[in-house]
Design a binder for this molecule. Structure first.
Ligand code: GDP
Ligand code: MG
Length: 170
């Protein structure tokens, strides 16, 4: 079978890092500076009899600011378009902070029919591990998520578990 997976999230949450980690290569540019990825980056991973097509989706977040710039309108359109035909969405957020921008991305997912997996990134930077669970419960209540998976894209922690969740929802 074949699955089409979109990775979405505000700038700097680690979308490109996650995609590179899953694909095992530097296919997408990562940076401390937001909006490094100006175009959609795609990658294919084949495992047993399943082919995963990953898209690192920039653009959705830009709705909040600079919404009139032609380039941003174009990217938003492309980003929303990409979500129409996906089999699974990975909504990536940062472990500690829920921001306006996360909310904007979540709004864009409102009409997405495909299962949305909430992946909470950068847990390696979490000093107070006990605070994660109540926080996850709060964020997890904002929409029906197919699964909630804490990860570290940078270190690879729990990324195989995330991939298993994705595979389970294709
Ligand atoms: P994108 O804008 O969502 O594509 O984010 P990037 O993948 O470019 O990552 C933004 C920054 O966050 C980079 O400096 C990454 O090294 C860093 N980063 C990404 N994932 C993690 C993680 O799991 N842990 C930590 N500590 N940093 C991360
Ligand atoms: Mg990126």
């Amino acid at each position: 079978s074949c699955g089409f997976v979109a990775i979405v999230g505000r700038p700097n949450v680690g979308k490109s890092t996650l995609m590179n980690r899953i694909l095992g290569q530097k296919i997408s540019i990562t940076s401390r500076r937001p909006q490094t990825t100006r175009h959609q980056v795609m990658g294919i991973k084949t495992e047993d009899d399943t082919q995963f097509i990953y898209v690192d989706t920039p653009g959705i977040h830009i709705m909040a600011k600079d919404r009139n710039k032609a380039i941003n309108r174009f990217m938003n359109q492309a980003a929303v378009q990409a979500l129409r035909d996906v089999d699974c969405v990975v909504f990536l957020i940062d472990r500690t902070r829920w921001s306006e921008e996360d909310q904007v991305v979540l709004q864009r997912l409102e009409h997405v029919k495909a299962p949305v997996i909430l992946a909470v990134n950068k847990v390696d930077r979490l000093t107070d591990k006990a605070s994660l669970l109540p926080w996850l419960a709060e964020v997890g209540a904002r929409r029906e998520f197919a699964a909630v998976v804490p990860i570290s894209a940078k270190h690879g922690t729990n990324v195989p578990e995330l991939e298993a969740e994705i595979a389970g929802h294709l």
